[in-house]
Structure formats: structure tokens, C-alpha cells
Design a protein around this ligand. Structure first.
Ligand code: ADP
Ligand code: MG
Ligand code: MG
Length: 211
């Protein structure tokens, strides 16, 4: 589909479904190297967004959808992930403000702004075993796909594939940010929950664009 507000809403609705479906999986990942609430946090946050999506005006743009996601996640999700995802969606909203439909360049700008927001907020670097390790490969893959002339859907698929690989790549690492950093070497062998939820989110973006 064209990447307008209908897609943006479908992306967020699908994300809410996916966070519910993967709630236990994310809880279990966070139980290994955190406090076991990541699945609950993401599910609660996206369910809250779901309840507000229908209140958006009919002429809302994708940026309005992302702004609603940002403010809702910030106010309903506790812990690290709420402000991090909240800032990501806020920066994404600013990056595409005013556009009624996103093209490839806008998609890359959206993903880049989201990643930059996470880094601005959390100060994590690549390899710190955080959600940044899903987002940065996703941004790089999206930019490369766009430069190679890929269409919107293939840009999103490239981003989702890279985010999934990035999340898997966190498994052998020691964490240097967030709760998992308290564990030292005991974090080795466990996938970062935030990287995993980021990969789920980006897969939902691609899946809804394909519909
Ligand atoms: P909390 O750790 O407060 O319980 P969550 O469990 O919801 O919050 O989220 C944990 C996830 O947040 C981690 O798996 C990691 O991906 C991400 N995270 C934590 N701190 C940072 C940070 N400084 N920068 C980027 N991501 C971070
Ligand atoms: Mg947690
Ligand atoms: Mg917590």
C-alpha cells in the first residue's frame, strides 16, 4: 500500500497485536538479563495507543500518528523502553511532519530520526547490547536499499531483516547500558529484549506495507 496515514495506523495496530503475541517471549528475554517486564511494558504501551488511534482526525498525516504513539508510550510505559521508544516516535514524527505520504527518502529519514532519538535519549553506542543494535543496522540497510533504487516495501523489508539480524547478534555480547549492564558476563548468551522488540516493530512496518 501507499505509505500514508492508513499505513501508519495499520503499522501501529499490527505492532500492538505483535507485542501482545510476543509479550511472554519479551518477558522471558528480559527475565534473563533484566527485570522481566519488557513484554508487559510494550504490550501495555501499544494497547494504550490502540485505544487512541480512532480519535485522530480523518485528515491526520503519518507524522500525527507517530506523535500520538510517542506521547502515549511516554505516558504509559515505565522503565527504559517508554522514553526510548517515545523519543524515537517523536523524532520520527518531526522528520516526516506535514507529509501525507512517505516516499523512500522519507522512510530513510523516519528510521534515521527514530534511531537518532534513541541514541540521544539513551547514549548507547553500537555494540552496547541495546535496541540501538537493531535500529542502526536497520537504518544502514534502509539507506543502502534506497540508494540502490529499491521501492518502499523493499526498503522496509531490508530494515526489518537487518534489525532481526542485529537483535540476534546481541546474544554473545556483554551489555554496557541498561539493567543488563549490571550482569557483566552473565548477559552473554542472551538476546537483548529491546533489540528484539525493535525487530518486531520494524517487521510489522514491512508486513503492513506489503498488505
Ligand atoms: P527496564 O530495563 O527499565 O525494565 P524495559 O525492560 O522495558 O525497561 O526495556 C529494556 C530495554 O531497553 C533493553 O533491552 C534495551 O534494549 C533498552 N535500553 C535500556 N537502556 C538503554 C539505553 N541507554 N539506550 C538504548 N536502549 C536501552
Ligand atoms: Mg525490564
Ligand atoms: Mg523495568
Amino acid at each position: 500500500m501507499n505509505l500514508g496515514a492508513t499505513w501508519a495506523k495499520a503499522w501501529i495496530r499490527t505492532s500492538a497485536d505483535v507485542m501482545s503475541e510476543h509479550r511472554v517471549e519479551l518477558i522471558n528475554l528480559d527475565r534473563e538479563i533484566g527485570d522481566g517486564d519488557h513484554g508487559e511494558n510494550m504490550d501495555r504501551g501499544f494497547q494504550a495507543v490502540l485505544g487512541k488511534l480512532d480519535d485522530l482526525p480523518a485528515d491526520a498525516a503519518p507524522g500525527d500518528v507517530f506523535k500520538l504513539v510517542a506521547t502515549t508510550l511516554i505516558s504509559t510505559v515505565g522503565g527504559a523502553a517508554g522514553p526510548l521508544y517515545g523519543t524515537a516516535f517523536l523524532k520520527a514524527a518531526v522528520a516526516v511532519a506535514g507529509a501525507l505520504e512517505l516516499d523512500g527518502a522519507a522512510l530513510v529519514a523516519l528510521l534515521t530520526a527514530a534511531r537518532d532519538g534513541i541514541v540521544l535519549r539513551g547514549k548507547a553506542e553500537l555494540g552496547d547490547k541495546t535496541m540501538v543494535d537493531a535500529w542502526t543496522p536497520a537504518v544502514d540497510a534502509a539507506a543502502a536499499a534506497h540508494e540502490a533504487g529499491a521501492n518502499d516495501l523493499d526498503i522496509l523489508i531490508a530494515a526489518a531483516n537487518a534489525a532481526e539480524a542485529g537483535a540476534v547478534a546481541t546474544e554473545p555480547w556483554v551489555a554496557r547500558k541498561g539493567r543488563a549492564s549490571y550482569l557483566g558476563e552473565r548477559a552473554i548468551g542472551h538476546r537483548d529484549p529491546g533489540a528484539q522488540s525493535s525487530a518486531l516493530l520494524l517487521r510489522a512496518a514491512a508486513d503492513t506495507a506489503a498488505a
